[in-house]
Design a protein around this ligand. Sequence first.
Ligand code: PGA
Length: 240
Amino acid sequence: MLIRILKDYDAVSAYAADIITEVVKGNPSCVLGLATGSTPIGTYRKLIEEYRAGEVDFAQVRTYNLDEYYPMAPDHVQSYRHFMEEHLFRHINIVSENTHVPDGTAENPAAMCRDYDAAIRGAGGLDLQLLGIGRNGHIGFNEPGASLFASTHLTPLTENTIEANARFFSSPKEVPTHAVTMGMASILGARKILLLISGKDKHEALLRLYDDTVDPQCPATFLKLHPDVTVLADEEAYHG
Ligand code: PGA
């Protein structure tokens, strides 16, 4: 795991966008695992700038998002599908059919989850997985617990995450109680992982990446098992 401390959020975003752009230039039909949340917004903004400047072409890129609330309609303003359309997809030349977000309306979520993992495998696996991190060390909606799930699955959200995400809804009661998320194996199966960490409230989570332990109570520590992880953190997250 390579941890780079950069000056601020903008520096993290610019660096992350450069890494993603290099992957796309190296393989124009690459498969990207994408993330939602506040953290990657700056990265997506930089990617849009690079696209507009003619520096990168997404025409053949395929994407699989980490997670989606459940139940959640794709056109709901708080859905992760909507987030991706607003913050990235509608601003670049990606083909809509090539973008995938777990289906928050699936009648049989277990079958949808199996199909999602199979689709990623069928696409040749993820070339790069972009990740944010929760204050509690979650990645995607893999929340701290006695054990973690390997594959894509339906999961209840913890109180901590409901509280953290309540800012996007009119009240904590409006936050969906469940989500569909890629599991640890789905994430660790990516050939390259890029984890972004920004802000004081992520300090404790960042510190957990410096020791040598792997702990289901801090799911991000499992990234230490992967051979190609780059962590980009800003000074606020580092100093706390
Ligand atoms: P944030 O969320 O980027 O909005 O802080 C990250 C996460 O919870 O994974």
